[in-house]
Design a protein around this ligand. Structure first.
Ligand code: ASP
Length: 311
């Protein structure tokens, strides 16, 4: 059993074997020409708790779908309606689920260290499904996998991550993994949306505030949502001003390289970070990412639980 709490829990060979399995699973999970050819039973005997204490559509549904298509049993738990409302701690929830014989837990939580805390009291595999401003390792895997399927997961390729860097766990996980894979990550944001410590020397990634200049140098874009739920009430850029300065619109599509890929973890704010024209552009991979996310989460679950549906 292996847990994935952060992207650096995965070595590069681990990531490569997850990508290979996801490549095998994808046409079976989402066949281009007809109904799914699963059920496989790669996860038979797996009993999983999906604890989603923050809102989620893509991540929660793709974990559930992936586990079910591979023959695993999963139970969804949300904050409302569970004992968390009565003040039960995450530690006690972990011990309770362990006592019920669960051997897998996927956790989304508003605290950055929640997955570590949970894993300290749970002996099965723990997968971080997105924690606070901390990490979102399965988003990083699916972003890298999407680049790989487009032939862009190559050392030296430039990836531009645009928007609310300060509040983004996607940025932290995706930038870490892509950098380790040899890609060049540049952040593009106004100073107000960057962690203050990253403005000076010693910043972990290159940074530019000028989207129009940066667009022409990128092989791929990762657009981020303004995560207002994590903003502290300080003065922040309004939606209209953000769209003007950092939104990908029809004019900016013209500045982007012909073979570049446009990604976004979702949910998108249409008309703010993503203009309508983006969805009609052949470089837009936002929907492809969603399908890739199911295959990646299926592959990761198999890897974490030591199972291989190809056997
Ligand atoms: N879905 C992603 C996350 O959970 C990105 C977002 O919410 O904007 O972090």
């Amino acid at each position: 059993m292996r847990s994935v709490l952060r992207t650096d829990d995965l070595s590069l060979p681990d990531a490569a074997s997850i990508f290979d399995l996801a490549d095998w699973l994808l046409p079976r999970i989402l066949p281009p020409d007809g109904p799914r050819r699963l059920k496989l039973d790669g996860l038979r005997g797996v009993s999983g708790a999906l604890l989603f204490y923050e809102p989620s559509t893509r991540t929660r549904v793709s974990f559930e779908l992936a586990a079910k298509l591979l023959g695993g049993d999963v139970v969804g738990i949300s904050a409302s309606g569970s004992s968390i409302e009565k003040g039960e701690s995450l530690r006690d929830t972990a011990m309770t689920l362990e006592a019920m014989g669960f051997n897998l837990a996927v956790l989304r939580h508003r605290c950055a260290d929640a997955a570590e805390l949970f894993a300290g009291r749970f002996s099965g595999a723990v997968i971080n499904g997105g924690t606070g401003r901390g990490e979102h390792p399965t988003q990083a895997l699916l972003d890298a996998f999407t680049l790989r399927r487009h032939g862009l997961l190559e050392a030296g390729r430039g990836v531009l991550i645009v928007g609310d860097i300060a509040n983004s766990r996607v940025m932290r996980s995706t930038a870490e993994l892509l950098t380790r894979l040899g890609l060049r990550v540049t952040l593009c944001a106004p100073p107000s949306l960057l962690p203050p410590a990253w403005l000076g020397e010693g910043a972990p990634y290159a940074w530019t505030p000028d989207l129009d200049v940066a667009l022409g140098k990128a092989d791929a874009l990762v657009l981020l949502r303004m995560q207002r739920e994590r903003m502290d009430g300080a003065a922040h850029t309004g939606a209209a001003e953000y769209a003007k300065l950092y939104g990908l619109n029809a004019r900016r599509l013209g500045l982007l390289r012909p073979g570049a890929l446009i990604m976004h973890p979702g949910p998108v704010n249409r008309g703010v970070e993503v203009g309508e024209a983006v969805f009609a552009d052949p470089r837009c991979a936002i929907n492809a990412q969603v399908g890739n996310g199911v295959a990646i989460r299926a592959a990761l679950l198999c890897w974490a639980l030591g199972k291989d549906p190809r056997d």
